[in-house]
Design a protein around this ligand. Structure first.
Ligand code: ATP
Length: 206
């Protein structure tokens, strides 16, 4: 629910879900319905390359090798360092998350829509739901999620299962979410569930 920390009259709706749940697909449907959608995970990856201030801070934390000779983010190098050192991972996230927050706030202010949507894997983990008007959780049965990600990413069953186990449990997320979209069926059904949620949101705002 809203805590008023972001000074805007726009209503921010968080979209989240575990790996392979279908949150990007729901976000795409919402965009097709004409609403602005911000993809936090995309921008977190993009800003390390385009935000000069953020680049400086990353070099300060992890060294010059964090960027190659052309100034491009050296993701494998950074991953190899933070994989070994959880404190550095926390420090890195402490730099990246505020940069995404600021970028998101500027984006929100540039939008001309009553509702703006924010797709992010870590909505509840980072307590980003606290600055949202409402939250949407996309869920699916574990086997279905794993099968979809295997088809999409060519990862093994075990690899995906390991990622799932590190994420906040679906049970926890269900307790926190305002709307839940179950994605155990086909894409047409997912689209119609998404439309129903949007209609509910529009009704809430009358
Ligand atoms: P991640 O967190 O791993 O990025 P995600 O939650 O954003 O995943 P999507 O990328 O939307 O999930 O969906 C995972 C894969 O499953 C995609 O290839 C998508 O096209 C497919 N998919 C999603 N929902 C359905 C569905 N109902 N029927 C068939 N395929 C689906």
């Amino acid at each position: 629910m809203e805590d008023g920390s972001l000074k805007t009259t726009k209503k921010i709706i968080g979209i989240t879900g575990g790996i392979g749940s279908g949150k990007s697909t729901v976000a795409k449907f919402i965009e097709e319905l004409g609403y602005p959608v911000y993809n936090s995970d995309f921008w977190a990856k993009e800003l390390v390359n385009v935000d000069a201030n953020l680049k400086l801070k990353i070099v300060e934390l992890l060294g010059e090798n964090s960027y190659d000779d052309n100034g491009a983010y050296n993701r494998p190098f950074v991953a190899s360092i933070v994989f070994e050192n959880e404190d550095l991972l926390l420090e890195l996230n402490k730099i990246i998350h505020p940069a995404v927050k600021e970028h998101f706030e500027n984006w929100v202010n540039s939008q001309n829509s009553k509702f703006v949507f924010k797709e992010t894997a870590l909505l509840f983990e980072l307590k980003l739901n606290e600055s949202c008007y409402q939250s949407i959780l996309v869920t699916a049965e574990d086997n279905i999620k794993i099968k979809r990600v295997m088809d999409r990413d060519h990862k093994t069953y075990r690899e995906i299962e390991a990622i799932m186990q590190k994420q906040m449990s679906e049970k926890e997320k269900i307790k926190k979410a305002d709307f839940i979209i179950e994605n155990n069926s086909d894409l047409e059904i997912l689209k119609s569930f998404t439309k129903q949620v949007i209609q509910e949101l529009e009704k809430m705002d009358l």
